[in-house]
Ligand binder design. Structure first.
Ligand SMILES: [Mn+2]
Length: 352
């Protein structure tokens, strides 16, 4: 019976169990596996045929592969947390998000989106980061994402702390030029330095501005809040032309009207979506490194992501999930759902 289950599972996932264990992005053992254009689309296995907890743990139980060739979009883990300032643990985010994502099904009846009938999607595993060297980790992430972008594959990233968005955007801008940014989170992440270092999860968007990776007139930050070292903590963002929407301006209201304005501002040029789970109130998402009270609700998060339908989304990430502070797994479950919603608004996803 065990053999039958493993065999059926491997068939459903489309990979060998041994192959999955050996692979990792950036690993010298990665092999190029080319997909033909007429290959059948990859699908999470049906929960009517394969029990939800069965199988190697991948995002949405999708096939795992090492090469982005032939993929329209892919989930990618970046298990890095050495850029965190307070509670660590985001290195365990990708695994926990994948675990909770087993519950996700394949269609989105709320929006009508059919992502797996529209796109070729797989799980590309994790970037092999250097947990003893943040600078080197950024290099490894940048190189992995340059390969993904070069293959025409849209990355949906499972973080990892916020630092990872900087090298990802280096790779994305290398392909697309300066991009618009929808950043949802509690903090602007535009500090210059902390403890004398220019690289941490406090600083990625300032580094991105300095390197010309962002189209600053098309940058929106939503959910910003919390105490600060200065009385005007958002000045840097606003001086760059960013639109900063504070959490209190979102309280107790639908964000559908806000997103209509955001769509106008972003237009049809490339957009990157970066979602920190700390945008959500800690009541919903306690499993994060720097929680701030009075945040967004899950339904507002869905309104934000669904409001990106029709935009030219070229990449997404969901960062700052630190499972150690949430034994229920609800934070990772929420993160998995938000990543699924991002998949559902990618260009070329059909809706019924
Ligand atoms: Mn944050």
């Amino acid at each position: 019976m065990l053999r039958l289950l493993v065999s059926r599972c491997a068939q459903g996932l489309g990979v060998s169990v041994a192959g999955h264990q050996a692979e990792g992005l950036g690993s010298p053992r990665c092999t190029q596996v080319r997909q033909t254009s007429d290959a059948p689309r990859k699908q999470p296995p049906s929960s009517e045929l394969v029990a939800l907890p069965v199988g190697v743990c991948s995002m949405m139980r999708l096939p795992v592969q090492s090469s982005p060739e032939g993929l329209d979009a892919a989930f990618v883990g970046v298990p890095l947390d050495i850029g965190t300032s307070n509670r660590p643990g985001a290195r365990f985010g990708p695994r926990r998000i994948r675990e909770e994502s087993a519950l996700l099904r394949t269609v989105n009846p709320s929006t009508g989106a059919l992502p797996f009938q529209s796109l070729m999607v797989a799980d590309l595993g994790d970037v092999n980061v250097n947990l003893f060297n943040l600078q080197d980790s950024c290099r490894l992430i940048r190189e992995a994402y340059r390969n993904i972008a070069a293959a025409g594959c849209i990355p949906l990233t499972l973080g990892g702390d916020r630092t990872i968005t900087y090298p990802i955007l280096q790779a994305i801008a290398n392909k697309h030029g300066p991009v618009g940014l929808l950043h949802v989170g509690a903090h602007t992440d535009t500090a210059d330095k902390a403890l004398g270092e220019k690289l941490s999860h406090w600083t990625p968007f300032r580094r991105c501005v300095e390197e010309g990776l962002l189209d600053c007139k098309r940058v929106v930050q939503i959910g910003i809040r919390g105490s600060s070292m200065t009385v005007d903590p958002y000045r840097y963002s606003r001086n760059q032309g960013f639109r900063v929407v504070l959490a209190e301006d979102c309280w107790m209201k639908s964000l559908v009207p806000l997103m209509a304005e955001v769509r106008q501002q972003i237009g049809g040029k490339p957009l990157y979506i970066s979602f920190s789970i700390d945008a959500l109130d800690p009541a919903y998402a306690p499993g994060t490194g720097t929680p701030e009270v009075a945040g967004l609700t899950p339904s507002q998060a869905l309104e934000i992501i669904r409001g990106c339908q029709g935009l030219n989304v070229v990449g997404c990430d969901l960062v700052e999930v630190s499972p150690l502070y949430d034994l229920s797994g609800n934070t990772a479950l929420l993160a998995a759902n938000l990543l699924f919603e991002m998949l559902c608004v990618l260009p070329k996803v059909m809706a019924v």
